[in-house]
Design a protein around this ligand. Structure first.
Ligand SMILES: [Zn+2]
Length: 410
């Protein structure tokens, strides 16, 4: 149905901005007393509210109380929100000063979530995933990437990916699945790292393709997870099969970025350990650099060098990494706002990283309010867009649209 939504005190359409490099707030295009003409779920036009009404006299209006700022919905391009159980015990040990190894020895770490996720049936996984997706949606996140990687066997990875597919029709948030079977070599696999990765290529990826569960493959490249040499071989095979590649790179040690470049990945995520060389590699490529401040907060570690990445000319997206181990909070806006104070990012860079630059990491259209784009939007009860980061995530949107409609009332 065609309608005009407005008036908004400000619209921040995030149009006309470059995909890569640093941004200044002066570059932001602002529409005062703005409106959005929506038809069939897509944006037809944004502009002055009164002029839109004059030009479309018979089109109904969805009236907005004055004092709202409209933005594109956020796109969280990196999460692990399909899981069973929690890891509160790990967190207690970590904040008390225990090391990664000590936590793993006490039965914690990724394997603990694998055990709890395997113990959950598919319906339970779907329910908890829908709840988390709806919480994200209520906070303005309209598109959410969701990884597998807590199954780590043929049947259990498929269970997770099927749960994501089922959940995607039970939530109005748009879910995009990614296969992270190469999260680590499962403890119960009898064989080498090479053999496990070959097992995924031979037995899992063909089924994923056949059932159309995802066209994205991820890997955790790290000395303690999958090494650089094996990652390169695995990802080349996945790419040959037609999968888009994304990687967990440089979280603790470097090596992942070079793999991302070698295989032409769409994004390289984490980057906390990235130095000058890795920053240059990413800036010279079309790979989206994804920073995950929630993981830094959860682990008590420094942020990825977001400022330096932008200065070097990289495309920087910001995602939550929402997961039960290192990033349990899952509040994307708060994480982006708090990180921006440390990393010295402009509001324009933060909002670009949460919208159209994140869309690029997922190879989807969106993240801007422009003709032909999905009318996935969020409105904050404030008069100036700068208030949104100023309140560091405590100011939440009080109106969300998916395809121009309220997803909460459908
Ligand atoms: Zn992750």
């Amino acid at each position: 149905m065609k309608k005009i939504i407005g008036p908004f005190t400000q619209i921040l359409p995030l149009t006309g901005l470059p995909l890569k490099g640093a941004l200044k707030d002066e570059q932001l295009h602002l529409i005062a007393n703005g409106g959005v003409l929506v038809d069939n779920g897509l944006i037809v036009e944004t502009g002055d509210f009164n002029e839109l009404r004059k030009a479309n006299p018979s089109t109904p209006t969805e009236e907005i109380q004055t004092g709202h700022v409209l933005l594109p919905g956020f796109i969280d391009c990196h999460t692990h929100i399909c899981f069973g159980g929690n890891r509160a015990k790990d967190y207690a040990m970590r904040i008390a000063g225990k090391t990664y190894l000590e936590i793993a020895k006490a039965g914690g770490g990724i394997w603990d979530t694998v055990t709890q996720t395997r113990a959950a049936d598919e319906a339970t996984l779907v329910n908890s995933l829908v709840q988390r997706a709806n919480r994200h949606l209520a906070e303005g996140v309209t598109t959410i990437e969701v990884k597998s990687g807590y199954g780590l066997s043929l049947e259990e990875e498929l269970k997770q990916l099927r749960a994501i597919k089922t959940a995607s029709v039970q939530t109005k948030a748009k879910l995009i699945a990614t296969c992270l079977a190469a999260h680590m070599v499962p403890k119960d696999f009898t064989g080498s790292q090479e053999e496990y990765l070959q097992h995924i290529v031979d037995d899992l990826l063909p089924v994923i393709k056949q059932e159309k569960l995802t066209n994205r493959v991820d890997i955790f490249i790290e000395q303690s997870a999958i090494n650089v040499e094996n990652a390169l071989i695995y990802l080349k095979k996945a790419k040959q099969m037609g999968f888009d590649i994304t990687v967990h790179a440089d979280q603790f040690t470097t090596g992942g970025c070079a793999v991302a470049v070698a295989v032409g990945a769409v994004s390289a995520d984490h980057l906390e350990a990235s130095g000058e060389h890795e920053i240059e590699l990413l800036a010279d490529s079309n790979i989206v650099a994804v920073t995950l401040p929630g993981a830094s907060m959860g682990l008590g570690m420094p942020y990825a060098p977001a400022r330096n990445l932008l200065n070097a000319g990289a495309c920087l997206a910001i995602a939550s990494d929402w997961n039960p181990g290192s990033a349990p909070m899952g509040d994307l806006l708060m994480q982006a706002a708090v990180m921006s104070a440390s990393e010295k990012l402009s509001a324009a860079e933060v909002f670009a990283g949460l919208t159209f630059r994140a869309a690029s990491a997922l190879k989807i259209e969106g993240g801007i309010l422009a003709p032909g784009m999905p009318a996935d939007m969020q409105a904050y009860p404030c008069a100036d867009y700068r208030e949104i980061l100023y309140y560091q995530g405590k100011l939440k949107p009080n109106k969300i649209w998916i395809g121009g409609n309220d997803p909460m009332t459908q």
